[in-house]
Design a protein around this ligand. Structure first.
Ligand code: ATP
Length: 528
């Protein structure tokens, strides 16, 4: 670095509490700046479907690549051996033989309870409906964590939110439904009895739409991994313990898609199935639990906004022995938290089910355990018991599109005191859709030529943008709103001393560096 630095007008402010952030403003910014658009918007949209715009796609790809790198290319070290653990990648079909979903339990059991309102014809997921009960006055229902939506009704009835107690709808006896006022009506007693609703989207394979041709869009990427467990074992040089990782689309016909892209009907998942010996599974469960939390922190998410939540026995899914969620404090859950990833101990449920349904043997022969047991002088029965088994599975399962939402929420920072931009998106530089802006201060006097040359060399390595339109203040403001961490500006001095100004998004600090140093500067910042 050559020239002297200009003092920073302000140091980095501590991250804002998500509770202070407005989802409406964030959703509007995402649309206005090309992060996320409602799907098929010109036809009125389609509830639960979203399109990722140019910047949202770049953000999503950056998270995806980071997960793949840390899972497949550069996985963590085995705490016992100090060697990298073994994980391979996969990309399986979205549509599989429908028997897959019978074996996995999805055809019979992948459902949510739903209730309808006979008055408004609206549909709700029963376990997400909360009811405020004010003794002797009434019972008002609203969607979980959204009591504001019934504020008007309560005011009219002359009661306040803290006048009563809150209970979830499934905790009411059916006979009490007659006195509950559904979220979008003023009349009591319009809820239907809860019914189970299967979340899988079905389709038909081939020309005829008959029951025989019925198939499903996968509701999770995990089963494609189980179906290929034997293929991977037989064709790759892997030994238990090892993992198979996959990123891809999943589809769930959610009863109430909501909270922007948090719960949508088409979304992307990043899942890894870790196959291990049954005795080692508690150790690996703890290992992956901690690894996953540490990984989320590498995305630049404040520690205070992340937490673990262990599942109680009665909320474990049918396949799961232990499960913990990594949760984030979303603006719409704050001060509470909502799921971001689940780390589940699935036991040998899936492989055993597929073994039974497909008649394909899923047993693993563990030569190392056999040798160790032999060396210990164990009996044949004891040796067989430890060396032949169906592996247990630890599954870290997260949502890629939900991770996009978390980074959008985390980065979104209103800046009422900043001239020009109402918001900044303070992404960690590595994940910013545009890593740097390159500007000529004015579009003349040889500045555009130098700036374009710099831009053309930087773009070989990083996603950078050249912008020569509008005032420099407007260009900075746009970069702030899309979260570009650095802007390099070529000005009159550049022509004399070959230095450019670097402006830093969060602190507004400006310094001059030699034009030849720009690439190294950016490389260093993006490696952090
Ligand atoms: P929930 O109970 O909230 O419906 P889940 O516990 O069934 O979700 P999993 O099956 O464990 O979710 O899926 C793993 C991850 O996939 C979740 O942690 C979440 O990040 C993501 N995910 C699941 N459903 C959706 C959805 N409808 N929209 C976006 N992401 C989702």
């Amino acid at each position: 670095m050559t020239a002297a630095s200009t003092p920073a007008p302000g140091s980095v402010a501590p991250p804002l509490d998500p509770a202070t952030k407005s989802m409406d403003e964030l959703v509007a910014l995402c649309k206005r700046r090309g992060f996320v658009y409602p799907a098929s918007e010109i036809y009125g949209g389609l509830n639960g479907f979203w399109d990722y715009g140019p910047l949202g796609t770049a953000l999503k790809n950056a998270i995806r690549d980071h997960w793949w790198k840390h899972s497949v290319e550069c996985p963590p070290l085995d705490p016992d051996t100090g060697e990298p653990v073994s994980i391979v990648g996969l990309d399986s079909s979205i549509i599989q033989n429908p028997r897959t979903w019978e074996a996995s339990g999805h055809v019979g059991g992948f459902s949510d309870p739903m209730v309808d309102c006979t008055e408004t014809k609206k549909r709700y997921r029963a376990d997400q409906v909360e009811v405020l009960v004010v003794e002797g006055r009434g019972k008002w229902a609203f969607m979980e964590n959204q009591p504001d939506t019934i504020a008007k009704k309560l005011k009219k009835a002359g009661v306040a939110l803290d006048d009563g107690e809150r209970k979830l709808l499934p905790d009411f006896d059916l006979s009490e439904f007659a006195s509950i006022i559904a979220p979008d009506t003023d009349k009591p007693g319009t809820f239907t009895e809860p019914r189970e609703f299967n979340l899988m989207f079905s389709t038909y394979v081939g020309a005829l739409a008959t029951e025989d041709n019925k198939a499903y869009l996968r509701p999770e990427t995990a089963q494609g991994i189980f179906l290929n467990y034997k293929n991977v074992l037989d064709t790759m040089r892997v030994k238990v313990p090892f993992g198979i990782a996959q990123i891809g689309k999943s589809f769930r016909n959610e009863v109430t898609p909501r909270n922007f892209i948090f719960r949508s009907r088409e979304f992307e998942q990043m899942e890894m199935e870790w196959f291990c010996a049954p005795e080692d599974s508690p150790k690996w469960y703890e290992f992956w639990k901690q690894e996953r939390m540490d990984w989320w922190k590498t995305l630049g998410i404040a520690e205070a906004n992340l937490r673990f939540r262990d599942h109680d026995d009665d909320e474990l899914a049918h396949y799961s022995r232990m499960c913990v969620d990594v949760e984030y404090k979303y603006p719409f859950t704050a001060p509470g938290f909502g799921e971001l990833e689940g780390v589940a101990h699935r036991g040998c449920f899936d492989l055993t089910q597929h073994q039974e349904h497909s008649k394909t043997k899923m047993e693993y022969f563990d030569q190392e355990r056999q040798l160790a047991a032999k060396a210990e002088g164990k009996s044949k029965e004891e040796i067989d018991a430890v060396s032949k088994y169906i592996p247990n599975v630890i599954e870290p399962a997260s949502g890629l599109t939900r991770a996009v939402l978390v980074l959008l929420c985390e980065a979104f920072t209103p800046t009422p005191d900043r001239k020009g931009s109402a918001y900044i998106m303070s992404f960690k530089p590595k994940f910013a859709p545009v890593k740097a802006g390159v500007f000529p201060l004015v579009n003349k006097d040889g500045m555009p030529e130098v700036a374009r040359k710099l831009y053309l060399s930087l773009r070989e390595k990083h996603a950078v943008e050249y912008d020569a339109k509008q005032s420099i203040g407007k260009r900075y403001a746009r970069m702030d709103e899309i979260g570009t961490p650095f802007c390099f500006t070529v000005d009159g001095d550049t022509l004399d001393d070959q230095t450019v100004t670097v402006r830093e998004r969060d602190t507004l600090a400006q310094e001059r560096i030699h034009v030849d140093q720009v690439e190294a500067y950016l490389d260093a910042k993006l490696a952090e």
